[in-house]
Design a protein. Structure first.
Length: 271
């Protein structure tokens, strides 16, 4: 039921999801142990808040994370994990509120510190987490936050690039090209091209070019610059018409989102 509300797009979804969770808590206290909320239940509620994009949803999601942490430290079995933190970061990414990118990076660093202190692999950030932080940067709406968001996005990208158990993927490059398109002034053509060129070349070298990457590249540079970067394959050419080596690791019929359960489920070390 919670998951259905999270996917519904209904404005009442966060309110109804919290009602259901509270009812589960009441039933559990009354002796119905089989309906006691668990980590998955709380993660679904946080996901529901993130998808709602309502004002204050990100703060509420972070409050739930704090409650989960306190309960676990007090001996409860409800334990925040990588998905919990990543969903809270996603809530910040979708909020468009001031400081969203900074809060997202802070949560990533908290995960890294906890993982380093405890050795708990369940709290280690993965590629989804890093992509969520960069996504928070890409959709920064507050003008004053944009320079910091740009720095955070590439700081997280460089960190992800140094990991041995996960790596940037097509979705990472799609997000970073959005970062450049959204945060760099359109009149600053030199910077936009320099960033886009570096990203696209790295994406080609790693074989993750897909149609979504090409679409974002078009938004970042001029038509002539785009044609030059793509070896003059044509402004409307699809990824399948690019050099095979550029697309060898990309799923050409998808958004390039990380595969669940693949590489990118782990990763340790402090940024």
């Amino acid at each position: 039921m919670l998951d259905s509300w999270a996917r519904s797009g209904d404005k009442r979804a966060p309110y109804r999801a919290e009602q259901i969770l509270n009812h589960m808590e009441e039933l559990s206290r009354s002796g119905y142990g089989g309906v006691a909320p668990d980590t998955y239940t709380y993660n679904t509620l946080i996901n529901c808040l993130a998808k709602s994009q309502e004002r204050g949803a990100a703060s509420r999601a972070e409050q739930i994370l704090v409650v989960m942490t306190q309960r676990y430290q007090a001996g409860d079995t409800i334990k925040p994990n990588c998905r919990t933190y990543t969903s809270v970061i996603d809530a910040h990414a979708k909020s468009g509120e001031a400081g969203a990118a900074r809060r997202a990076e802070h949560l990533l660093n908290t995960m890294l510190e906890l993982n380093q202190q405890t050795g708990d692999y369940e709290i280690a950030p993965n590629a989804h987490t890093a992509n969520a932080v960069m996504n928070a940067c890409a959709f920064t709406k507050i003008e004053a936050d944009r320079p910091e968001a740009l720095s955070i996005a590439f700081r997280v990208f460089e960190w992800l690039s140094t990991q041995t158990t996960m790596h940037p993927d097509a979705y990472t490059y799609t997000i970073l090209l959005s970062v450049c398109s959204n945060l760099l002034p359109r009149q600053d053509r030199g910077s936009r091209y320099a960033y886009a060129q570096n990203l696209f070349q790295r994406c080609c070298n790693e074989g993750y070019v897909n149609d979504y990457v090409l679409r974002k590249l078009k938004q970042c540079v001029t038509e002539e610059e785009y044609l030059h970067l793509t070896d003059y394959r044509g402004f409307n050419a699809s990824a399948s018409q690019m050099h095979p080596s550029w697309t060898r690791n990309a799923k050409l019929n998808s958004g390039g989102r990380p595969r669940r359960g693949g590489r990118g489920d782990g990763g340790r070390g402090r940024r």
